[in-house]
Design a protein around this ligand. Structure first.
Ligand code: TMP
Ligand code: ASP
Length: 244
């Protein structure tokens, strides 16, 4: 596979790949690095790229089986995948089931407060600006994403949430919140992009309430790799769910 680096992000590298069968596709390599607070805090651990690739693939396959369109095409090697090439919409779509992190802090609520229904928030994807919260009118008028597409993103994000809450529950994990990104293909279809992994979700053990996600790194709680491995192992035990 002949590939040329197109873009290097904080946790992934994206390459163009040659060959007509690869038209409209890219190669994504998951790195071992880990960042927090818009890359102010940096770390890494051995095997992270492989673990997150496997978790992301598991989730993409599960969502595809539930008719959610994703950019995933196939896995390659131990830490990479081929995906459809998309024009990424510069919004981070966050869904919260339980209040934690930035929104709990912002409104002075306790982490772990239940919400009457899932909360969807849009953030403008821009590290230099620290990913500011953006209203739908701001996003539309400033040209990040039109209103009709945002309405679709919200519907999709809530559908993904309902599916993943159920999936993780079977793995004895509570999906507190997560962030997803979407992109448009050349036919202007909107597909789920990026990845879903413990980097971009909050997952609490259903019984012990232990944090099983990147908060262990953000908050220096230790055992970062161990919990990522544990999340993957619990999902692997649910293999049959994918083709349910
Ligand atoms: P927050 O509480 O810090 O706003 O994060 C909400 C969720 O979104 C949490 O699961 C972590 C995830 N997230 C990302 O994946 N990338 C980001 O840049 C941010 C700010 C949050
Ligand atoms: N993903 C962002 C970063 O890498 C923020 C975070 O997850 O805390 O800096």
């Amino acid at each position: 596979l002949i590939k040329t680096l197109l873009y290097e992000g904080k946790a992934k590298k994206v390459y163009a790949i040659e060959g007509h069968e690869n038209n409209g596709k890219v190669f994504i390599e998951f790195k071992n690095s880990l960042t927090a607070f818009n890359a102010l805090k940096k770390g890494e651990f051995e095997g992270k790229g492989e673990i997150n690739r496997d978790i992301a693939t598991f989730i993409f396959k599960f969502l595809e089986s539930k008719k959610v369109k994703t950019h995933w095409v196939k896995d390659i090697g131990s830490n990479s995948m081929v995906t459809h090439q998309l024009q990424i919409i510069p919004l981070e779509v966050v869904v919260r089931n339980t209040l934690a992190g930035s929104t709990a802090k912002k409104f002075g609520r306790n982490e772990g407060s239940e919400l009457v229904r899932p909360l969807v928030e849009f953030y403008y994807k821009n590290d230099a600006l620290e990913d500011p919260l953006v209203t739908e009118d701001q996003a539309d008028i400033l040209g990040f994403c039109d209103l009709e597409t945002m309405s679709y993103l919200k519907t999709q994000a809530l559908k993904i949430n309902a599916l993943l809450v159920g999936l993780f529950q079977k793995a004895k994990l509570h999906l507190v919140d997560f962030k997803v990104e979407f992109g448009k293909n050349s036919n202007n279809e909107v597909l789920l992009a990026d990845e879903i992994s413990p980097d971009c979700c909050r997952l609490w053990d259903l019984e012990t309430k232990e944090k099983m996600d990147k908060d262990r790194f953000r908050r220096d709680l230790g055992h970062v790799k161990e919990v990522y491995v544990e999340v993957l192992n619990r999902l692997k035990k649910l293999k049959e769910e994918i083709n349910e």
